[in-house]
Design a protein around this ligand. Structure first.
Ligand code: AMP
Ligand code: MG
Length: 346
């Protein structure tokens, strides 16, 4: 199929309207959100949703998030609105927080992969909201990458993976948050299934204690059942190896320098994801500064783009671990998965 791409100007003229009609007619639309680009279809139409799995090569036991344009649009999708959800929606919607709760009968099994819960989010991005309104239905959307690849945060990266596989793409420029939404289950004790821009600390300030699922920072054990099916899969893998170094900034840098030199002596092409605080440790080596260790949100914002941009012609990417608190939890979750949990600590 030929993919029609609309830029900021043509979207205003007629692009959003066209894209809304494509969704209603059962087609696929790529759209920007503040987290990453999404690959959307009519969330109430099981056949349309099946096309998402096909376009991405996504395992069909990995459920999707339904995107709504206003808070009251959640009501028909869940059996009821729990009090905790109400509090969180008032504080964090629109924004990068997805809430999981018991689904109503109008949600097709294709969306939830047969689970009895459904994940819902109201994004903040103007184009995403305009598209959902134009479509007039909740939009089911995972990230707009081929399954397993880093999520796209730039339209160039979407084109690499999805050109010719979708009907319409809306270009919204770079995504500001850069990692996917926080996924919080409200069935039983509130539990973070996937960390994101809305942090554990922020959630606890509104609803009290929040758990973090074991699979957020650990590989899933052989007999362990994933609370969130997405945790099972190799994720965010660029076209090269990724190695993570733990310890203080100085310690991590010294591990990286040692391993870099070793790999280089074996003829490998390496690059370091440095930070403002550590760039001076890497003089004479190839590095890119991906953000500020004291502002983990800056690292989140550039991680996926850097994984795609720096992996071509590279054998190994070296990156520093950072403390897994606030947005550092989301950063470490993505980085560890990108590395396949390849971590050095001495
Ligand atoms: P993506 O669509 O690529 O952003 O991934 C959506 C994430 O949300 C995946 O990790 C899914 O496993 C998770 N998810 C979606 N729906 C549910 C649900 N009903 N229960 C638990 N996790 C879910
Ligand atoms: Mg994804």
């Amino acid at each position: 199929m030929k993919t029609e791409l609309y830029n900021a100007k043509t979207q205003k003229e007629n692009g959003t309207g066209v894209a809304g009609r494509v969704i209603r007619a059962g087609g696929l639309v790529v759209f920007p959100t503040e987290t990453v680009y999404g690959l959307g279809a009519n969330g109430l139409d099981g056949e349309a949703v099946a096309k998402i799995f096909e376009a991405k090569g996504r395992p069909n036991d990995n459920p999707l998030i339904l995107h709504v344009a206003k808070k009251s649009d959640v009501r028909p999708l869940w059996v009821k609105i729990p009090d905790t959800a109400r509090l969180l929606m008032d504080e964090f919607w629109p924004g990068p927080l997805t809430l999981v709760y018991l689904k109503s009968s109008i949600v097709p099994d294709a969306v939830t992969a047969g689970l009895d819960t459904v994940a819902v989010r109201m994004p903040e991005h103007r184009t995403a909201l305009a598209l959902i309104r134009a479509a007039g239905v909740p939009i089911a959307a995972p990230s707009a990458n081929l399954s397993g690849k880093p999520s796209p945060t730039r339209i160039e990266h979407v084109l690499e993976d999805m050109d010719g596989r979708v009907d319409v793409m809306l270009d919204g420029g770079p995504c500001s948050v850069g990692v996917e939404s926080t996924v919080l289950s409200l069935v039983g004790t509130p539990t973070i299934l996937r960390p994101g821009g809305v942090t554990k600390e922020m959630l606890e300030s509104v609803i009290g204690t929040v758990r973090v699922a074991n699979a957020v920072l650990n590989p899933l054990g052989e007999n362990e059942v994933a609370a969130s099916p997405g945790m099972k899969y190799r994720h965010y893998a660029p076209d090269c190896e990724v190695v993570v170094a733990e310890g203080s900034p100085r310690r991590a840098a010294s591990i990286i320098n040692r391993e870099y030199s070793l790999a280089e002596s074996e003829g490998k092409n390496c690059i370091i994801f440095a930070t403002e605080q550590t760039k001076s440790y890497y003089k004479g080596k190839k590095y890119v500064i991906i953000g500020d260790r004291d502002m983990p949100s800056s690292l989140c914002a550039s991680l996926f783009a850097a994984l795609r941009d720096e992996s071509g012609g590279t054998d190994i990417i070296f990156a520093e671990a950072i403390p897994a608190r606030e947005q550092g939890l989301a950063y470490m979750n993505r980085l560890l998965r990108a590395s396949g949990f390849t971590v050095l600590n001495n």
